[in-house]
Design a protein around this ligand. Structure first.
Ligand code: LLP
Length: 418
């Protein structure tokens, strides 16, 4: 079921008219649907019904808005965090510290201490040295840090190079063959309880085969470590499941993913952990924008909108496709380029795309913008930080303010010696 539907000719999010949100909050603005977030959380969990012992930690980086986190906390999700800031958000939103997993390739000592003092559930180590440092910091405080070692299975995830993480050339994890040596050196050290393995090979995966290959390697490593006398009780299988961005595109369903996981992990006898981000938040949000101009050109017209690459960076960064839909489609279609106002050609959302015919002043949305949208926004070109709205049935709330240039300047200082 889709909670972003046209009704009587205009787009609604659940029971709220998108035009009403534009009127109240202005544009550009991200709009999230609570019902969609909840449904995705439920479908992902149901997909894993064949996995008896599991822990699901929403990847906060996908959308760290406090209201979004609260919805997922209420749905029983924990959090996968990659910074002290995300950790603070997860806890502030109501996630139990024990349900927080701390990933991240460059955790600082201060962040490790924050994790220990917060009492988080698990540290996912990215290198051996991090384990020694964590053990020392925990032992000093009379604590025992629960940890797993992230391995790099050297699998090609078949996704965009910038969001691929499981090849030997990527910065993440330790070479899987090094795991036994690292376990031997870290296991039994005071201050750390090294209890398993983590893996995450990339994001927006449209094929389960690379995931299955990675998980099989992890399964072999679990057996090797156990044969070496180690107690393995937890395996973190990461995130990565793709979502459809283009009309008609299909992706492996959470159910298909869950069946694959259940099949591959038979007999592992561990708690399986998951870190889904995009599959929960991606299709639960849109970026609402207003057309500023339709500018003729020698070729396709340029539809210049009031959202830009600073609000939604994915097209500029990864050539990502976000569907563009008019809030009040006339039924006519045009072939156009879509761009924002920022002063570089990279600020282009689409080239030569067939879209709903729009005119200056019309509203439209970029779809599938709930994940890696607002969280990657900046204020480049001294544009306002884009606001966010959460819809719940027939009500909506501003859940993150527009931070305009005046507020931005308030945080800057011109030294008195200038
Ligand atoms: N776990 C770890 C360790 C991760 O690095 C990531 C994402 C996830 C879980 C969640 O992955 P997901 O289920 O969302 O695919 N900005 C990029 C995506 C970067 C993903 C980074 N890591 C984009 O806009 O496509």
């Amino acid at each position: 079921m889709d909670h972003f539907q046209h009704r009587n000719g205009a787009l609604f999010v659940e029971d709220v008219s998108v035009e009403a949100i534009a009127e109240a909050v202005g544009t550009p603005v991200y709009i999230y649907s609570r019902a969609t977030l909840e449904r995705h959380a439920q479908v992902f969990r149901e997909g894993l019904s064949g996995v008896a012992d599991k822990h699901i930690a929403y990847a906060v980086k996908a959308n760290p808005n406090l209201a979004v986190l609260r919805v997922l906390a209420k749905a029983g999700y924990g959090a996968d965090v990659v910074s002290g800031g995300e950790m603070a958000r997860a806890v502030a939103a109501g996630m139990a510290p024990g349900d927080v997993v701390f990933s991240g390739v460059g955790k600082t000592r201060a962040e490790l201490v924050q994790g220990l003092e917060t009492g988080i559930g698990q540290f996912n180590l990215e290198l051996e040295e991090e384990g020694h440092v964590l053990a020392a910091l925990a032992a000093e405080r009379g604590l025992n840090a629960p940890a797993v070692l992230r391995v790099n299975p050297d699998v090609d995830a078949g996704t965009h190079a910038k969001i691929s993480t499981g090849k030997a050339e990527n910065k993440f994890g330790v070479a899987i063959g090094e795991a036994p040596g690292i376990f031997a050196r870290l296991a039994g050290k005071p201050g750390i309880e090294l209890r398993g393995i983590a893996v995450h090979i990339g994001s927006q995966l449209g094929d389960l085969a690379p995931l299955e290959a990675a998980y099989r390697r992890v399964g072999e490593m679990v057996a090797t470590l156990r044969a070496g006398g180690h107690r393995i009780t937890h395996v973190d299988l990461g995130g990565g499941l793709g979502v459809p961005y283009r009309p008609g595109e299909t992706m492996p369903s959470p159910a298909a993913f869950g069946q694959m996981v259940a099949r591959v992990t038979v007999g592992w006898n561990v708690k399986l952990m998951f870190e889904p981000g995009r599959v929960i938040a991606g299709n639960a949000g849109v970026l609402l924008t207003r057309v500023v101009w339709v500018k003729p050109s020698g070729g396709n017209p340029w539809v210049i909108v009031d959202a830009a690459m600073n609000d939604l960076a994915r097209p500029a960064l990864y050539d990502a496709y976000h569907d563009f839909v008019a809030v009040r489609p006339s039924g006519d279609r045009i072939v156009a380029n879509i761009a924002g106002p920022v002063c570089e050609s990279g600020d282009t959302f689409a080239k030569a795309r067939e879209i709903d015919a729009v005119a200056a002043g019309d509203l439209a949305v970029f779809r599938t913008a709930g994940a890696y949208g607002a969280t990657m926004a900046s204020t480049y070109n001294s544009r306002a930080k884009v606001p966010e709205v959460l819809v719940d049935g027939d009500r909506f709330a501003l859940v993150s303010d527009r931070i305009d240039p005046a507020a931005q300047m308030a945080g800057e200082t011109v030294p008195d010696w200038l």
